[in-house]
Design a protein. Structure first.
Length: 149
């Protein structure tokens, strides 16, 4: 077992409320995409409410902003899930449901294995990345830092 795991947060601003017909196709994909994550090699944990996803968990003052927070064993496991699984279809179609984001909409950081990050921690890491760029504190796939950093 490794001493560190990779935490990841991403946010999106919906084009309409979650129960609007515009969002229906996105909402219908949540259970299978979340199940795919949980079955993927390297998956450790994901934030979820009693409803089984994180769409009702609010971290920002803007109710249209939703978050996703998860933990993986390593970068490659997350990269495989995000870009090389059925999840990539949802990424490709995201403009159907979400506004184009100016700035960082996702961040990653290393955590001690066993630590469960909370949404505020994720929000702080994302804000740090937006303000300072990639660093050991928060980074993107563009410039990955090793866990030892």
């Amino acid at each position: 077992m490794t001493a560190f795991h990779l935490a990841q947060i991403n946010i999106a601003r919906m084009l309409a409320p979650i129960d609007d017909p515009i969002m229906a196709d996105f909402v219908s994909q949540l259970p299978p995409i979340n199940a795919l994550a949980e079955q993927s090699p390297g998956f450790v944990w994901r934030l979820q409410s009693e409803g089984g996803d994180a769409t009702s968990i609010k971290v920002y003052d803007d109710d249209m902003v939703i978050i996703n927070l998860n933990v993986w064993e390593d970068i490659e496991s997350l990269r495989q899930y995000v870009y090389k699984s059925a999840h990539s279809g949802a990424m490709r179609d995201r403009r159907r449901w979400f506004e184009k984001f100016d700035g960082s909409y996702y961040a990653m950081w290393w955590i001690p294995a066993g630590h469960v990050p909370d949404p505020q921690e994720g929000k702080e890491r994302l804000e740090h990345l937006s303000q300072h760029g990639d660093s050991p504190h928060a980074f993107s796939f563009k410039k990955v830092f090793p866990a030892s950093a």
